[in-house]
Design a protein around this ligand. Sequence first.
Ligand code: FPP
Ligand code: MG
Length: 365
Amino acid sequence: MRLIGRAQRRTDQGRDGVAAGTAFTFRAPGGTAAQLSRVESRLRAVAATPDERLAELALHGIEAGGKRLRPALVVCAATAVGGGDAVGERVIDAATAVELLHLASLYHDDVLDAAPLRRGRPSVNALWGNHAAVLGGDVLLAHAYAVAASLGTAELRRLAHTLTALCSGQIAESAAQYDVARDLAHYDAAIRGKTATLLATSCWLGGWTAGASPPLAEALACFGMELGVAFQIVDDVLDLYGLSLQTGKAAGSDLRAGVFTLPVLMTLQRDPGLVELLTTEIDEDGVAEVGRRVRAAGADRRAIALALDHLEIAFGHLRDPLLLAEGVALLAKLAGLVVEPLKRLGVGGDGRIRAARRRNEVDVA
Ligand code: FPP
Ligand code: MG
């Protein structure tokens, strides 16, 4: 099964029956394809409720496919704790729960952003309106909690805290719209909340449901958190140049929404004249001009360097001697795929990633 990584247009039914719109996909690392197929089946089974309208709403997002990064992290983290045999029903359920929560957040996010497309298909709000999208997100959230409740109180509580973090990150981002004085600490806190916490929870749940001790599960969560920060920085740099993984997004969609991300905030520190451009309504030419000024200030490269720093910190959390090499190699492979899109900017950072892995004695699957 192809899940993540190389850009690939898919408008048909995937080989494994995973309907995917126009999507960027990752290649499932190592032997995880079969396990991730089980997650796909579970997602569909959970969403197929007797209420046909609710089922249609929930299945729309599920069938659009996507990278399935979060379920892949659950499965790989579980493998790092107990090997491939540890990936039993509890791990599959944990992977299902995190993807359902993620999908719920995307339904709501597309309402907030008035986004017409998601994963290369019309968003739920574009197809059926905001009411349906909010309620569709709610039902996905209910499914996520129902699945997590079958795992136990600790798992359910972790998911609930994750949702709080998501809301906190998103509301912080919304509050900073058009704020040219937004500082880097604010950006860091917002992306940890809206993106990285769910990656951390995915790794925690994978480890925990595979039998990890609390400290080992937390080490995995720290890996996921740092990976999540790197992932969001990369996505924000790509967005500026129209290279986002989210198909159909125009260049500078963050700028147009008044969301000033790391490369722009770094540029503002050296080029205060940028303020004028950012505070008037920005068109295509304005976006291109911001992109040029970000490059001139070297802020694209500095933002990417920071993402790679976070990736190195992530690798450091995989050094725990209790983690199995087989699973660590899978997690390292996933981490590489997350930053692979940097190649679209002509700055792959491959050498730095290899060096960071070497320094932390992390092999790759
Ligand atoms: C996408 O970010 C959005 C998120 C990662 C989280 C949004 C969170 C909420 C809407 C809080 C409510 C959550 C639930 C589960 C009810 P983006 O807009 O930067 O990325 P995009 O390009 O994929 O839209
Ligand atoms: Mg969005």
